[in-house]
Each structure stands twice: as C-alpha cells, then as structure tokens.
Ligand binder design. Structure first.
Ligand code: ADP
Length: 483
C-alpha cells in the first residue's frame, strides 16, 4: 500500500501545540479489518494530555475568534483544497483502516471536504439581528459569538466526514476543537490534522487525542473550559456523555442511532425504489446510522420488489476494499458480525425467509453476504434494533396509515425514506413520519447544504446547512440604553 505523500499516515497524536509520537510497545495497534494486518500504532493517551489540549485550545480560540471571518474562511478554504488535492491518499488511508471500497472511501473524502468548503463560505454569513426596541431610548442587538472550546467524539463508520462536519462549523464560528476519534480509525483523523496544520490552522486550535475513550471522554465532559460536546455514535454512549456533561451544563450536539424505515408504496417507480434501497441499505455495508433498517413494501408490489431487489443484491461484490469491482467491504469487527448473524437467525427462527445471502461470506474474516429476508414481522429483532450490517428485511403492508404507525413505532427518529408518486400521499406521509429527515423517492439524503439530525433517541441538534453553524455559537443580547 503506497501513498503519494506518506507523511499523511502519521503515527502520532496532536496534543495542543505538540505532536506525541506513538510507541509500538505501549500504543494502540490499528488493524485493517479486511486482512487483519497491522497498519500502525497511535499513542494511548489519557486525561492529562486531554487537559493539556483543552488548555491550549482555550488560548488558541481567543486569538482565532479575534480574526476576521474572512481570514478564518481563507484558512478553511485552503484546508478544503488540500483535502481534495490529497483525496486519493486520504481515501486509501480510510479504506485501509475502515474497510469500505476505495471508490466509496474517496467519495467520503470529497463529501467530508464539502463541509469544510460549505462552512468556509458560511463563516462570513454569521449574522446577528437588530430587533425593534421596547422603549424609545433603547436599541436591541443580538450577536452570535463562538461558544468557545468544543469537544468532539466521533465513530469509525465515517472516519473523515463525521469529523469535518463538526470541525468545519466549529472553526468557521471561531471555536477551537479537541477531538477523540474512534480507536479503530484514528489515521484518517490524524491525516486531517496534518492537512489542517499545512492549511494554517493555528497551533493549539485543533487537537486529535487518541487513547482510552473512557478516560479522554471523562476529561472532555467534566472540564469546565469545554462549552460544547458534539458526539456521533451510539445512543447508549450518547446518553452516558449527556449525563457526564450535566454538572458543567455544556451544550450538546448528539448524532445517535437510527432505525430507518424505507417504505415502498404501490404507486412507486419500482426500479427507482430498488436503486434507492440499494444505496440506503448497502452503502458502507449497512454500517451507517441512516441506513434503511426496515423495508416496508405494499402488498401489490411486494413480490415484484423483492425479486428485483434480490437480483440487484446478487450483483453486489463483497471483498477487500482495495480490489477492483468490490462494492461491499468487511464488517468493522467480530462483534458487528455476530450482531448481524444474531439478527438473521432470529428472523429465520420466527418465520423469515432468505431470498438472498443469509450467512457469513466464504471469504471468512468479518465478511458477510449481502442478504435479503422476506416475510419479516414486528416481533423480530431486525424490526426493533439497528442491524448495522448488509441485511435488508422486507415487511409486507396494505394500508398507508398502518405503515406510518409501524414506521413510527420506534424510539429512534433519524432518517426515513419512502417511494410514492401520488402528490397528496407524498405530503401526508412526509409530514406524518416522526423523523428528523425524510427521503422521498431517493435513498441518498446527506449533503452539506441540508440539516442532518434526528429526533427522539436519535439525538439533539443539526449538522451541516446554514443551521449547523448556530450550534457552535452563543447568542448575546446587548441592550443599548440612553439613546
Ligand atoms: P460505535 O458503535 O459507533 O462504536 P460508540 O458509541 O461505542 O459507537 O462509539 C463512538 C465513539 O465514542 C468512539 O470514538 C468511541 O471510542 C467513543 N466512546 C465509547 N465509549 C465512550 C465513553 N465512555 N466515553 C467517551 N467516549 C466513548
């Protein structure tokens, strides 16, 4: 595996103003999930390094916020350009540690960079308000100020984009960030930091701390200098971090689990629905929080849809993400594989029928066959829990109200999708789905221009879009009297 610029694969953490090199004997070993091969080590850091980074961030943040928005924008623009220039190397590092096919990994780099580009532009549009006053001699001003030092904790499924989606708006708003990336995929985060330095992010503004999640997390959540925590990961850990942040009343941004319904009505364009289902279900091998988890198909088109979907799934190719033509990589680890297996065996035990796949892949390791299961019912585990793997469970329904009720019958509320042509139905269903996001006649909804986020146990706040930057600001009301 060769990189055009090998210095992007750095076995070190960026702590405040200094790099700490990894030591192979004490560091965390990072392995390629497709082959089990060792990629390298990152330092195993803890509370003291995290505190050091937070202190450095507090200093750097003040100077950064004092710059003009245009100056901040220029640094972010440069950072974006460096990401695009190095997208092939960044994609390779991502495939190596995460497993997704190389074209998909490079796609993530471009997608991730788009948040930095977008927020480089938004930096200059962080407008306040002048509000009509309540007394003749008074004027009311509302200004938006950076919230200060931000802590970020990110997952392994999008090792690049989950970081840029947070760092872009944070830096645009004038904040500093201390990041704890997932231990499975730290090299993508470190490469972003290397490019950040080259782009001119001032020393101390951005730290990447690798090591014990519990220890680093405890410092990030308890340190009073940190004013906001932005987290993407499981609802369970999100709730724990929420609790830990309570004593210091931090602002929270939480992007948590989902259990996305994907509804195919009988007036849908079936070929388009199959294409959408493939993207919504099998992207990243089913390991995204917006992946279709429950596919509801109306009676009249159920058989036709399942046949078409099984045929399309049959064309997917599982393998090492570096191999030409591979569309699905491995699952991230053994635990992920076991969860997928449990969900499938539970469904089969309760009357589900395998239409395609249904078992571990002949490649071994953590590879699993892309799977379609028909005759799925609400009693099965796949109906309630996020599978986070390449399994498409098909439910049959007859009635619109009933399917909306079923779709909403979950504690989660992140993404939802449906395919229909009737305009009244499109509005009715889009309004009735209790989700932060609804894809209508599309399986791909994420983009820098749109507000990404969930309701209920799927989280708090929105990322991306013109709203995303607000999450990193505080409003200040200034009352001018004696005029
Ligand atoms: P996933 O299933 O995506 O791994 P997790 O919620 O377990 O979701 O992990 C998401 C991120 O949260 C990772 O960076 C992980 O290291 C981190 N994390 C896990 N447990 C804790 C914790 N107790 N405190 C802080 N961060 C944690």
């Amino acid at each position: 595996m060769s990189l055009k610029d090998p210095s992007l694969l750095r076995q070190a953490a960026l702590v405040g103003t200094r790099w700490i090199e990894a030591d192979a004997s004490t560091g965390i070993a990072v392995k390629n999930p497709a082959t089990g091969e060792l990629i390298g080590h990152v330092p195993k850091l803890g509370a003291s390094e995290t505190k050091e980074a937070i202190d450095a961030a507090a200093v750097a943040q003040k100077a950064w916020a004092a710059r003009t928005a245009k100056e901040r924008s220029a640094v972010l623009r440069k950072w974006f350009e460096l990401m695009i220039e190095n997208k092939d190397d960044l994609g390779r590092i991502l495939t190596m540690e995460q497993g997704k096919p190389l074209p998909e990994a490079t796609g993530e780099i471009v997608y991730g960079a788009s948040f930095v580009e977008w927020f480089a532009e938004e930096a200059r549009r962080l407008y306040g308000d002048i509000v009509p006053g309540h007394q003749k001699d008074k004027r009311i001003l509302v200004m938006k100020q950076p919230i200060g030092v931000v802590a970020a904790i990110t997952p392994w499924n999008f090792p690049n984009a989950m970081i840029t989606r947070k760092a872009g708006p944070a830096f645009a708003a004038g904040c500093a960030m201390v990041l704890k990336p997932a231990s499975q995929t730290p090299f993508s985060a470190i490469a972003i930091a290397v490019l950040g330095e080259r782009a001119g992010l001032p020393a101390g503004l951005f730290s990447v701390i690798t090591g014990s999640a519990r220890e680093i997390g405890a410092e990030l959540t308890s340190n009073p200098i940190v004013r906001k925590l932005t987290f993407t990961g499981s609802t369970e850990i999100g709730a724990e971090l929420y609790r830990q942040c309570a004593p210091t009343i931090k602002k929270l941004g939480l992007e948590l689990g989902g259990n996305a319904p994907f509804i195919v009505f009988d007036d849908a364009d079936l070929d388009a629905a199959v294409e959408g289902a493939l993207i919504a279900k099998f992207r990243n091998n089913g390991q995204t929080c917006v992946c279709a988890n429950r596919i509801y198909v109306q009676d009249a088109v159920y058989d036709a849809f399942s046949e078409k979907l099984a045929a399309a799934v049959g064309k997917l190719r599982t393998g090492n993400g570096f191999d030409e033509g591979v569309t699905l990589g491995p699952l991230i680890d053994q635990a992920a594989l076991e969860k997928v297996e449990e969900h499938v065996s539970d469904a089969l035990k309760k009357g589900g029928r395998v239409v395609s796949g249904g078992k571990r892949h002949a490649l071994g390791g953590t590879f699993y066959e892309p799977t379609v299961i028909a005759d799925v019912t609400p009693e099965m585990a796949v109906a309630r829990e996020e599978t986070f793997g390449p399994v498409a469970p098909l439910f049959r329904f007859t009635d619109e109200d009933d399917v909306v009720t079923q779709a909403n019958d979950t504690e989660f509320g992140l993404a939802s999708y449906f395919y229909a042509k009737d305009l009244s139905r499109v509005f009715r269903v889009a309004e009735a789905l209790e989700y932060g996001m609804v894809g209508v006649n599309t399986g791909l909804i994420s983009t820098a221009e749109a507000p990404f986020g969930g309701v209920k146990l799927s989280g708090l706040g929105r990322e991306g879009s013109k709203y995303g930057i607000e999450e990193f600001t505080e409003m200040k009301y200034v009352c001018l009297g004696g005029i």
